[in-house]
Design a protein around this ligand. Structure first.
Ligand SMILES: CC(C)(COP(=O)(O)OP(=O)(O)OC[C@H]1O[C@@H](n2cnc3c(N)ncnc32)[C@H](O)[C@@H]1OP(=O)(O)O)[C@@H](O)C(=O)NCCC(=O)NCCSC(=O)CCCC(=O)O
Ligand SMILES: Cc1cc2nc3c(=O)[nH]c(=O)nc-3n(C[C@H](O)[C@H](O)[C@H](O)COP(=O)(O)OP(=O)(O)OC[C@H]3O[C@@H](n4cnc5c(N)ncnc54)[C@H](O)[C@@H]3O)c2cc1C
Length: 721
C-alpha cells in the first residue's frame, strides 16, 4: 500500500462505513451489495484481457459473451431483486455497457405499459409465463413489479444488448397489453427475442412528431405494412440493432382508414429467430465507429413493405380494431413513457459517473507529487495545491448531491408511474418536467466534471489506463440521447411557465413548483443598496431559500421576456425561440434549486455527528460554489451584494481546507472496488507507477520488439534517402 494513501485514510474525521451505508440506503444493503459484487470478482468466467487492447469486433464479441454469462449466472444464483441485479451487473460490466441493456430496460417495459386486456386474452395465459419465470415467480409480485427495469439501467461501458435491456424491455413492460406481454415478454426475457428501441431516424431524433416511418393498416389481411419512405426516414442509432437484435420496437406514424394518427409503437421482427438473417424487406446493419460505445452495434434499419400482424401494435392505450377503426389513447404522451423512465434513471447515472471520476482523480492526487510548495522541502502531494482542491472538491460535493437527487428521482418515478398505471395521469406533466430537467442538469454537470477530473490528472489522465477517457466517451452521449439536453431544458421551461401563469392567475400550485405561488412582492427586483441581502452564507437553509428565489426570479424574467416578444412579434413560436436562452436559464436555476434543496433535506436524515458534519460541509460547498459560478443571477435578483461575493470566495477556500483531510475517505465511501473502476490511477492501494508500467507492457504494440512497419516502410525509405 502506498504510504501517502495510508496516511490519508488515517486522517479521516468520520467513519466511512457509516457514510457508505447512507449511500446504499442501509447497512444490510451495503453487506448484500458487497456479497454480490464478490460473486463476480471471484468468478474466473469474468476474467478477460483489458478491452482497451482489443479491436472493435473483439470488444463486441467480448461484450456479448459477458452479457450472456451475466444473464445465465444471475438466473443460476437466483438473484432477482432489481438492486441486486444492478449490483451484480455493475461489477460484471465494469466500464462496459451491456449488449442486452435496452432489451431489458426499454423493450420489455414498453410492451408492459402498452398492452390491452383483450390482447391479454389472446396470448399465452399469464400464469404460464410466470411458471417460466422460475425464481422470479417466487417473489409473488404483481406482473408489473416482478421485473424492475431500473436494475438494468446503468451506463458503465456500453454493450450491444443495452438497448434490449434498456429500452426494448421497458417499452414492452410499459406499453403492451397483457396478451402482448405474454406473447413477447417471456421470449424477450429468455432472449429468444432480443429487442431494441428504434425511434430515431437519420433525419429526426428530437422532433419525433416529424418521424417519417409509416405503419399503414391493411384490414384485408389485418396487418400493418411498415415502410421507410425516404433516406432520412431510415432508423439510425438504436443500440443492438446493427448485429444483435432480432426484434425492434419501431416508432412509426400510424395510418388507418386513410388518416394519420401520429406516432405509435410496433413490435417488428427484423431477423429470423433461427438463422438470425434479416427478414424479407428488412435492410439492417451497423452505423460504424463512434466517439465511444465501441461494444455496441448501434444500427440502421430500412423497412420495405414489411408486414406485421395487427396484434404487434402496442395497444394498451391506443387501439386499431380489426376493421381499421382507430381508438385514441387517454393521453397521447403515453407513447413517450419509456423515455421518461430512462431520463429518471439517468440522473443516478450522472452521480455514478462523477463519483467514479472523483475517486480516480482524488486518489491519484493523493499519491502524485509534483513541483515545489516550499523551497528545499519534498514535492507535495498535488492534492495540497489549492487550485487542485478547487477543481476536485466541488465535483466531489456534486457527486454526493446527485447521488441523493438520483435516489429521489427514482422514488418519484416509481410513485407517479404507479399512479399512471392506476389511470391517474395528473402528475405526468410534473414527472416529465422534473425528469427532463434533472436529466439535462445532472448530465451536463457530470459530463463537464469528468473532463475536469481527467485534466486534473495531468498527462496520465489522457492514458486509457486511467479509465477517465472511457468514462467520458461512455457518459457524454447521455447529454444527447433520451432527449437532447437543451431541448429537455426547454420542456421543463414550458412547464415552469405554465405553472407561473397559473400562479399569477391565483391557482394554488402543488409539488416542486409550489414556490411560484409565493408572494410576488418577495420577487420584486430591489436595488442592492435599498435592500438588505438575505443570504446568510453560512446557513444552508438560507442558501436553499436564495436558490429558490433566484429560480422564481428567472422564471419570472423568462415569462416577461416571452411576453415582451409576444407583444412585438407575430407568433408564439417566434416569441418562444427568441426567449429560449432565458427559458433554458430559468430551467437550469429551477433544477439547481431542486438539487440544493434535496441535498439539504438529506442532512436531516443523518444521525451520526461526524458524518453529518462532513456532509454538511460538502452541501455548503456545493451551494456556495454554485452561487459563485452564477453570481450574476444572485446579484441581479438582489439576493446577494458585492461584498458578500468576496466573503463567499473566502468561505469557499476555508471549506476546501476542511474537506482536504477527508477527501480520500470521502471517495472511499463510494465503495468502488478496483475491478469496477478499472483504473490504474484510481487503485485503492495507490501503487500507480509500477502498475502503469505493467499495463503498458501489455499493449499490442509491445508484442514484438520490432514492428513490421520498420521493415515495410522505414527501412526502404532510409535506403532511398
Ligand atoms: C422534444 C419532445 C418532448 C417534443 O415532443 P412534442 O410531442 O412535439 O411535444 P411538445 O409539442 O413540445 O409538447 C406537447 C405536450 O406534451 C408534453 N410532453 C412532451 N413529452 C412528454 C413526455 N415524455 N411525457 C409527458 N408529457 C410530455 C409537453 O410537456 C407538452 O405538454 P403541454 O401541451 O405543455 O401540456 C419530444 O419530441 C421528445 O421527447 N424528443 C426527444 C426524443 C428522445 O428522447 N429520443 C430518445 C430515443 S431512444 C434513445 O436515445 C436510447 C438511448 C440509448 C440508451 O438508453 O442506451
Ligand atoms: C450513443 C447513442 C445511442 C443512441 N441510442 C438510440 C436508441 O437506442 N434508439 C433511438 O431511437 N435513438 C438512439 N439515439 C439517438 C438519440 O436519441 C438522438 O440522437 C437524440 O434524441 C437527439 O436527437 P438528434 O440527434 O436529432 O439531435 P438534434 O435534434 O438534431 O440536435 C442538434 C442540435 O439542435 C438543437 N435543437 C434541436 N431541436 C431544438 C429545439 N426544438 N429547440 C432548440 N434547439 C434544438 C439541439 O439542442 C442540438 O444542439 C442514440 C444516440 C446516441 C448518441
Amino acid at each position: 500500500m502506498n504510504p501517502d494513501i495510508v496516511r490519508e485514510r488515517e486522517n479521516a474525521s468520520f467513519n466511512l462505513e457509516l457514510l457508505t451505508n447512507i449511500l446504499d440506503g442501509g447497512e444490510d444493503k451495503t453487506n448484500r451489495r458487497r456479497e454480490i459484487e464478490s460473486l463476480v470478482i471471484g468468478d474466473p468466467d469474468f476474467q478477460h484481457e483489458d478491452l482497451n487492447f482489443m479491436s472493435r469486433s473483439e470488444r463486441y464479441d467480448a461484450a456479448v459473451k459477458k452479457s450472456a454469462q451475466m444473464i445465465l449466472k444471475l438466473r443460476e444464483y437466483g438473484i432477482s431483486d432489481p438492486e441486486e441485479i444492478y449490483a451484480y451487473k455493475r461489477v460484471a460490466r465494469g466500464e462496459f455497457q451491456e449488449p442486452l441493456g435496452v432489451h431489458f430496460v426499454m423493450f420489455v417495459p414498453t410492451l408492459h405499459s402498452q398492452c390491452t386486456p383483450e390482447q391479454h386474452q389472446k396470448w399465452v395465459p399469464l400464469a404460464e409465463s410466470f411458471q417460466m419465470l422460475g425464481t422470479y415467480a417466487q417473489t409473488e409480485l404483481g406482473h408489473e413489479r416482478f421485473f424492475d427495469p431500473c436494475s438494468c439501467v446503468h451506463r458503465g461501458r456500453p454493450e450491444p444488448l443495452d438497448l434490449h435491456l434498456g429500452m426494448f424491455l421497458p417499452t414492452l413492460l410499459n406499453q403492451s397489453s397483457p396478451a402482448q406481454l405474454d406473447a413477447f415478454f417471456m421470449p424477450a426475457w429468455n432472449l429468444e427475442i432480443i429487442g431494441t428501441y428504434a425511434q430515431t431516424e437519420m433525419g429526426h431524433g428530437t422532433h419525433i412528431r416529424a418521424l417519417e416511418t409509416t405503419a399503414t393498416y391493411d384490414p384485408s389481411t389485418q396487418e400493418f405494412v411498415l415502410n421507410s419512405p425516404t433516406i432520412s426516414s431510415i432508423k439510425w442509432w438504436p443500440g443492438g440493432l446493427g448485429k444483435t437484435a432480432n426484434h425492434a420496437i419501431v416508432l412509426a406514424q400510424l395510418y388507418t382508414q386513410g388518416r394519420c394518427h401520429g406516432l405509435h409503437a410496433f413490435i417488428t421482427p427484423i431477423r429470423c429467430m433461427k438463422t438470425h438473417m434479416p427478414l424479407p424487406g428488412v435492410v439492417v446493419g451497423d452505423i460504424g465507429p463512434k466517439f465511444g460505445f465501441d461494444e455496441v452495434d448501434n444500427g440502421y434499419l430500412k423497412l420495405e413493405n414489411v408486414r406485421i400482424p395487427r396484434e404487434n401494435m402496442l395497444m394498451k392505450y391506443a387501439k386499431v380494431e380489426p376493421d381499421g377503426t382507430y381508438m385514441k389513447p387517454p393521453s397521447d404522451k403515453l407513447t413517450y413513457g419509456t423515455m421518461v423512465f430512462i431520463r429518471s434513471m439517468i440522473v443516478g447515472e450522472s452521480a455514478r459517473a462523477l463519483s467514479k471520476s472523483c475517486t480516480i482523480a482524488i486518489r491519484y492526487s493523493a499519491v502524485r507529487h509534483q513541483s515545489e510548495l516550499r523551497p528545499g522541502e519534498p514535492e507535495p502531494q498535488i492534492l495540497d495545491y489549492q487550485t487542485q482542491q478547487f477543481k476536485l472538491f466541488p465535483l466531489l460535493a456534486t457527486a454526493f448531491a446527485f447521488h441523493f437527487v438520483g435516489q429521489y428521482m427514482s422514488k418519484t418515478y416509481h410513485r407517479i408511474s404507479g399512479d399512471i398505471n392506476q389511470g391517474d395521469f395528473s402528475e405526468l406533466p410534473e414527472l416529465h418536467a422534473l425528469s427532463a430537467g434533472l436529466k439535462a442538469f445532472t448530465t451536463w454537470a457530470a459530463n463537464a466534471g469528468i473532463e475536469v477530473c481527467r485534466m486534473s490528472c495531468g498527462g496520465h489522465g489522457y492514458s486509457r489506463c486511467s479509465s477517465l477517457p472511457d468514462i467520458y466517451v461512455t457518459f457524454t452521449p447521455t447529454c444527447t440521447y433520451e432527449g437532447e439536453n437543451t431541448v429537455m431544458m426547454l420542456q421543463t421551461a414550458r412547464y415552469l411557465l405554465k405553472s407561473y401563469k397559473q400562479a399569477r392567475a391565483g391557482q394554488q400550485l402543488t409539488g416542486i413548483v409550489s414556490y411560484l405561488n409565493e408572494p410576488q412582492s418577495r420577487l420584486q427586483p430591489h436595488s442592492v443598496s435599498s435592500r438588505p441581502a438575505i443570504v446568510d452564507i453560512n446557513d444552508l437553509a438560507s442558501l436553499v431559500e436564495a436558490y429558490k428565489l433566484r429560480a422564481a426570479k428567472l422564471v419570472e424574467l423568462a415569462a416577461k421576456n416571452l411576453q415582451g416578444e409576444l407583444q412585438q412579434r407575430k407568433s408564439n413560436e417566434d416569441a418562444w425561440n427568441n426567449s429560449s436562452i432565458d427559458l433554458v436559464r430559468a430551467s437550469d436555476a429551477h433544477c439547481h434549486y431542486v438539487v440544493v434543496k434535496l441535498f439539504a433535506a438529506k442532512l436531516s436524515e443523518v444521525g451520526d455527528t461526524a458524518v453529518h458534519s462532513v456532509l454538511s460541509t460538502l452541501a455548503l460547498l456545493y451551494a456556495l460554489h454554485g452561487i459563485a459560478l452564477n453570481s450574476g443571477d444572485f446579484l441581479q435578483a438582489g439576493l446577494l451584494n458585492v461584498p458578500q461575493l468576496d466573503h463567499i470566495s473566502q468561505r469557499l477556500k476555508a471549506l476546501l481546507s476542511e474537506i482536504r483531510p477527508d477527501a480520500v475517505a470521502l471517495v472511499d465511501a463510494f465503495d468502488y472496488r478496483d475491478e469496477m473502476l478499472n483504473s490504474v490511477l484510481g487503485r485503492y492501494d495507490g501503487n500507480v507507477y509500477e502498475n502503469m508500467f505493467e499495463w503498458a507492457k501489455r499493449s499490442p504494440l509491445n508484442h514484438t520488439e520490432v514492428h513490421e512497419s520498420q521493415h515495410k516502410y522505414l527501412k526502404p525509405l532510409q535506403s532511398k534517402l
